[in-house]
Write a protein that binds this ligand. Structure first.
Ligand code: SF4
Ligand code: SF4
Length: 474
């Protein structure tokens, strides 16, 4: 039976409740007075339930769909302003014992080159990432008790945080590792990770079991209850995500929001981030083999509806998506993107020869980080390398309190300008530097700065950064 506060996966992601939600949504979406009432609630910017949001997702009335996009844009602006946070994935090891049929790292794939970075190689990758300008990483690795035990992850985190190359530093390492025990999550918390990210892949249990035939990940409950264990262990920020394309998107959407509601009900804090990957080609993975592909226009609607349903949750899109798609998603709700990414093990130091592929998926956006920054500036976004909240203790419920009060952009905006200034001085090409300095100058004259109590301090900090000081934050 459906129970949002239950600790059992099958109760808080209840199959019958999802099916009922889908049929409720299909019915209600035909009644425009119901849709309008939900839109009115959505416009208040305080979120929607999984049932309400599912009605919006099911609605096909053109005028209402435009209104959904309009509300999503407004919420995005109200909560996050015009900053976009940048990060890069760092693949440590592609050894994996699991059998995920959509991922080339699955244990029985003999074509892929298996690699695991040594601590020296990790330091070299981190230097390469710092030389690009990155400050925030997402650590990725397969599940392999022998090759990738928790000790390896902990040692790697130590290495990552210890490298200080020129003016560079990794200030926040988010971690994406397989579901594990409370004890291991405690170790990750003590290693000062940022967000613990774990994608559900699909919330549909039967499909989940087919797509994950072997390995520890085949246990649906163990995987789905992982965020609960992480939070029990004291990790304040957890990230959710589904791999769109594996199952029907409306099912996944409802499941994802039910998961967010569950975390909120049990821990008083919803997910810190939601990622929206779509399945991509990779070695031995043909996306057309999965018959739930999501077209671009539907994908945009999904992002807009997530933005409306959970305004306080950061939304992440990776380089799986191309430039044009990312541009549209930024407008509709995405607040964080990767840039200059490599999805192979060791890929930042050295490009792999084609016959030695170790990447997890093909990238659609192959631009360098500097090109991505130039593109964002051209769109009037402030590229941000901010990691301030986590380092200022604004995590979990402390973060949500500020975010839900729509106050977070008061921090995001000045921190974005300061970290952009660091980037422009330390790493940018002349063209991007010129565009970035012009944007900072412009932003400093806008009410968002001039009417802020932080205005004076911000101007002082920018001067300090120009004279060589680093890592200032609000
Ligand atoms: Fe392993 Fe993760 Fe790939 Fe599954 S998705 S095969 S767990 S690396
Ligand atoms: Fe993220 Fe906090 Fe920085 Fe805003 S101030 S960009 S929420 S770390």
């Amino acid at each position: 039976m459906y129970n949002v506060s239950s600790k059992r996966a099958e109760e808080f992601i209840n199959h019958e409740e999802i099916l009922e939600t889908l049929s409720y949504a299909s019915e209600c979406a035909k009644d425009l007075s119901v849709v309008d009432a939900i839109l009115e609630k959505a416009a208040k910017g305080k979120g929607l339930s999984h049932r309400e949001a599912s009605v919006l997702l099911a609605c096909e009335d053109e005028q209402r769909v435009s209104r959904i996009f309009e509300i999503a844009r407004k919420i995005k602006q109200d909560y996050y302003g015009n900053r976009i946070v940048l990060f890069a994935p760092l693949y440590l090891s592609n050894y994996c014992v699991n059998g995920c049929t959509y991922c080339p790292y699955h244990g029985t794939n003999k074509n892929i080159t298996r690699k695991k970075l040594t601590q020296e190689e990790i330091a070299a990758e981190v230097i390469a990432l710092q030389d690009m300008g990155h400050k925030r990483l997402a650590i990725e690795l397969g599940e392999h008790p022998k090759e990738n035990p928790i000790e390896y992850v902990l040692e790697s985190l130590k290495t990552i945080y210890s490298v200080k190359h020129k003016n560079g530093a990794i200030r926040r390492a988010n971690v994406n590792i397989a579901a594990t025990t409370v004890e291991n999550y405690r170790k990750l918390r003590d290693a000062e990770i940022g967000t613990y990210i774990l994608f559900q892949e699909t919330y549909h249990k039967e499909s989940y079991e087919k797509l994950h035939p072997t390995g520890p990940k085949s246990d649906y409950a163990w995987h789905t209850e992982a965020h609960d264990r992480a939070m029990e262990a004291g990790i304040d920020d957890v990230g959710l995500g589904v791999l769109f394309g594996l199952e029907g998107y409306r099912y996944e959407f409802a499941g994802l929001l039910m998961h967010a509601e569950h975390l909120e009900a049990v821990f008083g804090v919803g997910p810190h981030t939601i990622s929206v990957p779509r399945i991509r080609p990779a070695d031995g993975v043909d996306p057309t083999a999965f018959d739930n592909g999501v077209a671009d226009d539907i994908f945009e609607k999904i992002v807009a509806c997530i933005r409306i349903a959970v305004p306080y949750t950061g939304m992440i899109v990776s380089t799986r998506e191309n430039k044009a798609c990312r541009e549209r998603l930024l407008e509709l709700g995405v607040s964080q993107i990767s840039g200059g990414s490599k999805t192979s093990v060791g890929g930042y130091v050295e490009d792999e020869p084609e016959d030695e592929d170790s990447s997890q998926f093909e990238i659609s956006d192959n631009r360098t980080l500097d090109e991505v920054i130039g593109w964002l500036l051209g769109l009037d976004y402030i590229p941000s390398f901010c990691t301030a909240c986590y380092r200022a203790g604004r995590q979990g419920d402390r973060f949500m309190e500020v975010c839900k009060a729509e106050q977070i952009s008061a921090f995001c905006h000045p921190n974005a300008l300061m970290t952009l200034e660091e980037y422009l001085i330390d790493y940018a090409s002349p063209k991007v530097k010129e565009a970035g300095e012009a944007l900072i100058e412009r932003e400093m004259t806008l009410p968002v700065v001039t009417e802020s109590p932080m205005a004076k301090k911000l101007a002082e900090n920018l001067e300090k950064i120009r004279s060589g000081v680093r890592d200032l934050r609000f």
